[in-house]
Design a protein around this ligand. Structure first.
Ligand SMILES: NC(=O)c1ccc[n+]([C@@H]2O[C@H](COP(=O)([O-])OP(=O)(O)OC[C@H]3O[C@@H](n4cnc5c(N)ncnc54)[C@H](O)[C@@H]3O)[C@@H](O)[C@H]2O)c1
Length: 510
């Protein structure tokens, strides 16, 4: 057999290539092809070794041409950059839906996966249930036909890019509950095929991507970094707040950490289509810890101002005035506000993902624990302020009607997960108070005990009839002048009444 032919057979066998006619863009046989290289091994002339990862599809050897299969990662990158990749988003909630809508708006075909059938039906009718996605935006992508929702996880197989946006709560012992991530990873693994890029966005402890997701994907026999690609990229959305401040999925910088360099490159290529700035980091662990650090930074600073509020209360100083004055410093200070307690799916929960993981490394994260301790005291302080407001009128909590203004954990959203209102209501009820809930964004809700409760519209009559109104959430829809004018007493946990001039003697400020 002629030498050349023998080489050809070897190349075909080793690299799975196909010999064909002259190709349009020949690449020399020896040399570097981007990050990879092909070497002719001199001492054993019949052996051709392939090093690195191929970025080329065509090779030339002694005047003949060989077409190699296009590298898997090049194919997926091409699909991402031309917006022909099929995108799958698992979990159509506060994080997943805005991402899915954004991808659909820029022309990707998007499949939104959810186990909640009602959400799937709503999306397929072009209806939004998330405040940050307006009805008009949702309708537009619906009419464009680029976003479809489904409960059928088998359709994950058709997706080139799969983004996991499922919940990461704490369990009853306040340890990380990763069962949603495990379920989503297993659903992906069942349908996994070569060339898919999987990205985890759910907030979690450092190590989850490689300890929970990667083994499940690799149990299929496919290798991460070679056959399929895996990265972690945390979501930074802050529902209501970020959008009102002009921050959204399309302009918030995105951290990306892949299991291998190619995983990072591909995930970055995807997010470059979605947002204006991508920040690659060296590993999923770094990306996972970055997100937790961002939220812990908030939890610790909120605890600091909450502690200052407790101290100012004893010193008879106005904590809000102190904070506003400090905020005039143009450098080295960042403003945080005290409040009735932490709420939402992130700040009260995420820090404990790190506390839990830190134990594995024999370290107790004392700042996090202390911040948690102070922040969880705040509902009790609100209870004490209500008692003080009633006391001023020579009234007791027992038998008093207290209106809690705001069920949502923060301004202008309908999200009441982990809202401090539940704890405040419990404490007041334990002392015999009757509670009325008002929230213009929420008509009914399930409290932490699982009971479905209804809100009452806020009227002057309700304010007049009640003994105390407590501003739990500073929704823009509340008319604070009217609240102070008609309520018998007001406890303001948000300094929402700062511009109210008349009736200030009725206000007990946090
Ligand atoms: N909400 C926020 O402000 C925010 C911000 C940044 C990061 N995060 C993080 O993002 C993740 C998602 O949070 P969210 O607020 O969007 O949660 P969410 O509860 O609003 O939405 C999660 C969705 O996932 C669905 N789901 C659960 N298991 C599923 C499964 N196996 N397959 C398909 N769908 C499934 C649920 O039905 C729900 O619709 C969490 O890790 C959270 O910590 C949230």
């Amino acid at each position: 057999m002629p030498l050349v032919a023998y080489h050809l057979i070897l190349i075909t066998i080793r690299l799975g290539g196909v010999w064909g006619p002259a190709a349009p863009v020949p690449v020399p046989f020896k040399g570097d092809f981007g990050v990879g290289s092909v070497a002719y091994n001199a001492p054993t002339p019949f052996e051709i070794s392939f090093q690195g990862q191929s970025r080329c599809s065509i090779m030339k050897m002694r005047g003949l041409y060989m077409t190699l299969p296009v590298a898997i990662e090049s194919a997926i990158q091409q699909k991402i950059e031309s917006h022909t990749a099929q995108i799958g988003v698992i979990g159509m909630g506060y994080v997943g839906l805005p991402l899915a809508v954004r991808a659909a708006e820029i022309g990707f075909s998007v499949l939104g996966f959810d186990v909640d059938h009602t959400r799937v039906v709503a999306l397929n009718n072009g209806e939004s249930y998330i405040g940050d996605i307006t009805a008009a935006r949702m309708l537009a992508v619906h009419q464009q036909g680029t976003l479809e929702a489904t409960t059928d996880m088998r359709r994950l197989r058709t997706c080139d890019v799969i983004v996991i946006c499922v919940p990461t709560p704490l369990n009853h012992t306040r340890d990380p509950d990763l069962h949603y991530i495990e379920q989503a990873s297993e659903a992906i693994a069942r349908m996994l095929r070569t060339g898919q890029l999987v990205i985890l966005e759910s907030t979690t402890y450092p190590g989850t991507t490689q300890e929970i997701v990667q083994p499940r994907l690799e149990a299929t026999g496919l290798r991460v970094g070679e056959d399929v690609f895996l990265a972690f990229s945390p979501e930074r959305i802050d529902p209501g707040q970020t959008s009102s401040q002009g921050w959204s999925v399309e302009n918030t910088p995105k951290i990306v950490g892949g299991v291998t360099d190619i995983c990072t490159t591909l995930a970055s290529a995807f997010y470059r289509q979605i947002t204006s700035q991508v920040v690659p980091v060296s590993s999923p662990r770094v990306a996972e810890l970055t997100k937790l650090f961002e939220n812990i930074f908030r939890a610790v600073n909120i605890a600091l101002v909450n502690e200052l509020a407790l101290l100012c209360d004893r010193m008879q100083l106005n904590v809000w005035e102190v904070i506003e004055a400090a905020a005039t410093k143009p450098f080295g200070f960042m403003k945080f506000s005290p409040g009735p307690g932490l709420g939402g799916h992130c700040i009260p929960i995420d820090p404990f993902y790190l506390t839990w993981k830190a134990r594995e490394f024999d370290l107790s994260t004392r700042f996090i624990e202390l911040a948690g301790e102070i922040n969880t005291q705040m509902p009790r302080h609100v209870h004490d302020l209500v008692a003080r407001a009633l006391n001023r009128q020579r009234k007791a909590l027992n038998g008093a009607t207290v209106v809690l203004l705001g069920v949502a954990y923060k301004k202008d959203v309908d999200d009441y997960r982990e809202s401090p209102v539940f704890k405040v209501a419990d404490l007041l009820q334990a002392d015999g108070a009757q509670i009325v809930f008002c929230d213009p964004h929420i008509s009914s809700f399930q409290n932490h005990a699982g009971h479905v409760l209804h809100t009452t519209p806020l009227t002057t009559d309700l304010l007049t009839r009640s003994d105390c109104a407590v501003i739990m959430t500073d929704h823009s829809a509340f008319d604070y002048e009217q609240i102070v004018a008609h309520a018998t007493a007001v406890v303001d946990t948000r300094n929402a009444t700062r511009h109210v001039v008349q009736g200030r003697e009725k206000i007990v400020l946090l």
